[in-house]
Design a protein around this ligand. Structure first.
Ligand code: SAH
Length: 362
């Protein structure tokens, strides 16, 4: 049986064309687009502004939702982790991170990940599947509905980060399509400026990304300033070593407008990449490539069994930041969120510990 089209992953134009083929007028496509995105409805059946016959026809021939929330966990710091499943039963994790000013949703671009970074728990899943554009969007819709009620207003607006399971730039087309659809004013209306995509360093895609007119913010995961160490920590470095990565980063930087910045993420691993010397090398690398618009996000390692790493001491994290700053590099320490429920960076591996506190479905 041919798979039914997942209409949540259709752009407005594609939806209009699809409804044209069904012999339906354009405004029906607009109603369905609003229903799926602005109103965040789960099914065509709930679109009571459509004639009943059309609702029935859509339900039979197309899909509005494919993901299912299997469990939710809530952290002592208010972070929530949603473990979802695709139609094929593959895990997808999405994390809701409340902050005082704005809420952030961290979504997955793939189920599992192929990159095998040595310090990341998601790597242990391997790559299970690329997510379709509709599945990427559904994560946001499901989380917003769960947190604010179905279709409920988001009080502070939402930031999105593509930092969940997977390597976003290994699923480039679907990710960029999802981002375009989510930016629609008559839909979720989350504009690219509110979205950050993080890559482990897929160089050709960084270059493709740099050429785009309308695009989200970029973060590059670095975690080592020399090839020997980075080869070990992030095997993708063997394919695209630091020099190639930094040439692409420089090409990207050149396309930034005044006031725009981009980020390198550096996971601090105690005794591995966190010495004063490492900090100096990192600053020197940025200066060598004349990256003036780059800032460094320092992420203390989030431990998780069976990962063989420990976080740096808080004193060393501070020291590392100071050395960067003394060398003219902006650096920020990222506060870990949701560690107790396996929701923090690098901890997403579909964990279902019975001792984690599950929160009831809305
Ligand atoms: N694959 C992409 C998107 C994932 S973002 C990327 O690597 O950029 C997840 C971030 O968490 C990356 O910056 C990664 O380096 C970091 N990370 C992975 N494991 C971690 C861990 N155990 N503790 C802290 N950060 C980790």
């Amino acid at each position: 049986m041919a798979e039914r089209p997942h209409l949540r992953g259709y752009s407005r134009e594609e939806l209009v064309a699809h409804f044209g083929e069904l012999g339906e007028p354009r405004y029906r496509a607009d109603q369905v687009f609003r229903g799926l995105h602005e109103r965040r409805l789960a099914s065509f059946d709930e679109m009571t502004d459509l004639p009943k016959a059309l609702r029935g026809r859509l339900t039979e021939t197309a899909t509005a939702s494919t993901l299912r929330i299997e469990s939710r966990y809530t952290s002592v710091d208010g972070t929530r982790r949603f473990l979802m499943r695709t139609a094929d039963g593959n895990p997808v994790e999405t994390v809701f991170i409340p902050t005082e000013n704005r809420d952030t949703i961290c979504f997955s671009s793939q189920s599992g990940c192929a990159l095998n970074c040595d310090f990341c728990l998601t790597a242990r899943l391997g790559l299970l599947q690329n997510l379709a554009a509709g599945e990427i969007i559904e994560q946001i819709v499901l989380v917003l509905n769960d947190v604010y009620g179905p279709g409920g207003e988001t009080p502070h607006g939402t930031n999105l980060v593509a930092m969940g399971e997977g390597e976003p730039f290994m699923n480039f087309k679907n990710l960029m399509k999802a981002i375009e659809i989510m930016s629609e004013e008559k839909g979720l209306f989350i504009v690219p400026g509110r979205i950050t995509v993080s890559t482990a360093g897929v160089v050709p895609k960084i270059r493709e990304f740099a050429a785009l007119e309308r695009r989200p913010n970029l973060a590059i995961s670095l975690s080592a300033a020399n090839d020997t160490l980075r080869d070990k920590l992030m095997p993708i470095n063997k394919r695209w070593p630091i020099d190639e990565l930094f040439l692409a980063a420089k090409a990207f930087e050149k396309t930034l407008k005044r006031g725009e910045r981009f980020t390198f993420e550096y996971v601090l691993l105690g005794g591995v990449n966190d010495s004063d010397g490492h900090a100096g090398d990192l600053a020197a690398l940025l200066l060598k490539h004349d990256l003036r618009k780059a800032k460094i996000n320092l992420i203390p390692h989030n431990p998780a069994e069976p990962l063989d790493y420990r976080p740096s001491s808080p004193e060393q994290v501070k020291r590392f930041k100071e050395i960067l700053e003394e060398n003219g590099v902006s650096a920020y320490i990222r506060t870990p969120r949701g560690r107790d429920i396996y929701a923090a960076c690098g901890q997403l591996a579909a964990r279902q510990e019975p001792n984690l506190i599950q929160i009831a479905a809305r």
